[in-house]
Design a protein around this ligand. Structure first.
Ligand SMILES: Nc1ncnc2c1ncn2[C@@H]1O[C@H](COP(=O)(O)OP(=O)(O)OP(=O)(O)O)[C@@H](O)[C@H]1O
Length: 213
């Protein structure tokens, strides 16, 4: 479960609030989609949710713990805009590296369902630095899910993916919800909600979350 409790954020005193009293809860199997225009604070909220940015006020809890605790990070898979893959390593080496980092025993990319669903098999032996944007994104999604986190936080899941990959990702996210994983996603485009049935949709308006019916 991911919770934001009365979260406020401003980056510096000379500028206004980016977030103003955001409350959000994504429980087991709950999907939340946050939509809003560029610069409205979506990424800021996600970064706060996973402990990469400090809120100015309020707090967040990951499975009931502050996200800064090392144990809490293990519960969450994170896909933000920048890649967390090592460009010099192949996709396989990257995935195996992260599996070791997370203490996942017996991990094999060939047996990884996410690798399969996203069609990454054919790129397992390609260096991450040689991948196109969309393929690198798919590899980052596999990287974020290989330790079977209880929650996935994903910024603009469909940006840069082709139609086929978007459909695969959409089914993958649905199946994560069915398995009890909490998913928080964002998009600058409200139409993305159509690809995410079962997600509660909010828009960010002046730093506040407003439910979209
Ligand atoms: N590290 C930072 N330092 C200062 N200001 C920041 C920082 N990160 C974001 N901001 C500001 O906070 C506001 C919200 O940015 P954020 O990236 O969260 O929006 P967003 O909705 O994710 O935008 P986009 O759709 O373009 O990705 C913007 O005004 C941005 O300039």
């Amino acid at each position: 479960m991911l919770e934001a409790i009365d979260v406020w954020k401003r980056y510096d005193w000379s500028r206004g609030w980016v977030l103003r009293g955001v409350n959000l809860c994504a429980g087991a199997g709950g999907g939340v989609l946050i939509v809003g225009p560029n610069g409205s604070g979506k990424t800021t909220l996600l970064r706060i949710l996973v402990g990469l940015t400090r809120p100015s006020r309020g707090r967040v809890l990951v499975e009931g713990q502050p996200p800064s605790l090392p144990g809490a990070r293990r519960f969450v898979g994170v896909v933000l805009h920048h890649s967390l893959l090592y460009d010099e390593l192949t996709v396989r080496e990257n995935l195996e590296y992260y599996a070791r980092l997370y203490g996942v025993e017996g991990y094999e990319p060939e047996g990884d369902e996410v690798v399969e669903v996203l069609g990454l098999h054919r790129y397992l032996d390609t260096r991450a630095g040689e991948l196109s944007f969309g393929w690198k994104k798919r590899a980052n999604i596999a990287r974020a899910l290989l330790h079977r986190p209880r929650a996935l936080v994903i910024d603009e899941p469909f940006t840069g993916l082709d139609d086929e990959a978007s459909e695969s990702l959409s089914s993958l996210l649905e199946s994560l919800l069915r398995r009890g994983v909490a998913v928080v996603a964002t998009s600058p485009q409200r139409g993305v909600a159509d690809a995410l049935p079962g997600f509660r949709v909010y828009r960010i308006e002046s730093g506040r979350l407003v439910p979209v019916e």
